[in-house]
Write a protein that binds this ligand. Structure first.
Ligand code: CMC
Length: 426
């Protein structure tokens, strides 16, 4: 077996190498501290492999993304979200009968518990929909409790999570605009059900436009997984203490909310709006993004792993053109986005740092075309990511290398000092 050799204080140590199926190589440092007394320091974990995973492969230098071996280009826009969700969770595409049963089960399990529906009445009108989503998903474990040691019902919990996340999302929107709730139907696809729950009225039949259903399916699949990103690592971190699947996933939703992660899609739209209202001078904002003393960054640009075009943003850029043509939409913010991309990609700062548009750059423009309100963009990301979080949760629980996740630190605080008795503190 190949080894990595480290020289520590003149003494040589050998560590085994681990190989992935796509030629990735990692140094297995599990015995590092025991044999050398050293730990590693890697803030942000840019060089740390936290697990072995068979779910998603990314080659960031060449802009490659595959789910369970399938290139993203052969899934997004080609199959329904529910088929991709089955692939993600169970590792293979379903047969026709499995697919029909799975799709039906996702709908039959998509009704939010009647007592939990009352929760929507009590959130503040100021609550962000991501706030509502994470607390509602967390509360699901109070309505569907289970013993984390006994996972015989896990498939049912999975169907509930995938089925209900879209219902919770749609209901929080309907509540915010004072409209009655619409329930899903088994004769609609996952995406069509979500659009119907968002936009139908009980007074008449609502025919979901195919162009919208297809675009939403594609968007949700693009968001489905991205290996050990912040929210997925959060789900794994929480799951490693043997927390239940609802608690683990709700923590992932909270992690996704941040603007450096899934919250970027909302931030992109707000940024484009700001640029547009400021006269559309994109160069001014590209310059601002380069200033180290200013917190402004080009939202939807840059990625920890991709040092090339994010393949998801390529698909989205084309989809925006197709959907806008088909729907006959003109959105001035799309012009701002295109110009911003052009200027940034020619700028030395962005070229040197290999900063390209990521998935969030064009997704918001497309969500906007579908009529989704800006503050719900990250909720849509969460709906798409749900099967990915679940797949990682399952994979982690079955991993023979599973240990509670517990990083080390380098302590830089005070060395030992003594407390001097002071009666004020009594
Ligand atoms: N605008 C301006 N400068 C940037 C940007 C940006 N969007 N992204 C990175 N940089 C600069 C950064 O200042 C640094 O410069 P220097 O080397 O001079 O210090 C260099 O590029 C490397 O950046 P980093 O912050 O060390 O990179 P990271 O891997 O830690 O962060 C990121 C990745 C995605 C958080 C970051 O690129 C970013 O903040 N982008 C904007 C937010 C965003 O679009 N997030 C969505 C990510 S994709 C979907 C998802 O994960 O949900």
């Amino acid at each position: 077996m190949d080894k990595a050799k480290f020289l520590v204080s003149g003494k040589e140590y050998e560590f085994p190498l681990l190989n992935g199926t796509e030629n990735e190589v990692a140094v297995d440092i599990r015995k590092l501290r025991e044999s050398t007394g050293l730990i590693t320091y890697d803030p942000g974990y840019g060089n740390t492999g936290s697990c072995r995973s068979a779910i998603t492969f990314i080659d960031g230098d060449n802009g490659i993304l595959r789910y369970r071996g399938y290139p993203i280009e052969e899934l997004a826009g080609q199959i329904r979200f529910s088929a991709a969700a089955y692939l993600m969770v169970y590792g293979r595409l379903p047969s026709e009968s499995e697919f029909l049963e799975w799709r039906k089960q996702l709908t039959l399990n998509s009704f939010v518990h009647a007592s939990q529906v009352n929760f929507f009445d009590n959130y503040s009108a100021l609550a962000h929909p991501m706030n509502i989503l994470s607390s509602m998903v967390s509360s699901m474990s109070a309505f569907y409790p289970y013993d984390a040691e006994d996972e015989s019902d896990i498939d049912l919990h999975i169907r509930r999570l995938i089925g209900q996340v879209k219902t919770i999302a749609a209901f929080s929107y309907r509540k915010s605009v004072g409209l009655p709730y619409i329930y899903p139907r088994t004769d609609h696809s996952y995406a069509a059900n979500f659009l119907r729950m968002m936009f139908a009225t009980p007074a008449e039949e609502y025919v979901v436009p195919k162009v919208m259903e297809n675009a939403l399916d594609m968007l949700l699949i693009l968001h489905m997984d991205h290996e050990q990103n912040c929210s997925t690592s959060t789900v794994r971190m929480v799951a490693s203490s043997m927390s239940n699947i609802y608690a683990s996933v709700s923590a992932g939703i909270s992690a996704l909310w941040g603007r450096l992660h899934g919250g970027a899609n909302e931030a992109v739209l707000n940024m484009l709006q700001r640029i547009s209202e400021d006269g559309g001078n994109v160069s001014k904002y590209v310059e601002l993004a380069k200033k180290k003393d200013d917190p402004f960054r080009l939202m939807g640009f840059g990625h920890r792993v991709y040092k090339n075009f994010d393949p998801r943003s390529r698909i989205l850029k084309k989809a925006v053109d197709d959907v806008f043509n088909e729907m006959g939409i003109h959105d001035p913010l799309l012009g701002v986005a295109r110009e911003l991309e052009d200027v940034a990609l020619k700028d030395d700062f962005f070229i040197q740092r290999k900063l390209y548009p990521n998935v969030d750059f064009y997704s918001g423009i497309l969500y906007r075309a579908l009529g989704i309100p800006t503050e719900m963009f990250t909720v849509l990301f969460a709906i798409g990511r749900m099967p990915g979080w679940i797949a990682h949760w399952l994979e982690m629980r079955a991993d023979p290398d599973l240990r509670i996740q517990r990083p080390r630190q380098i302590y830089i605080g005070e060395t030992k000092r003594h407390y001097e008795k002071n009666d004020t503190f009594l």
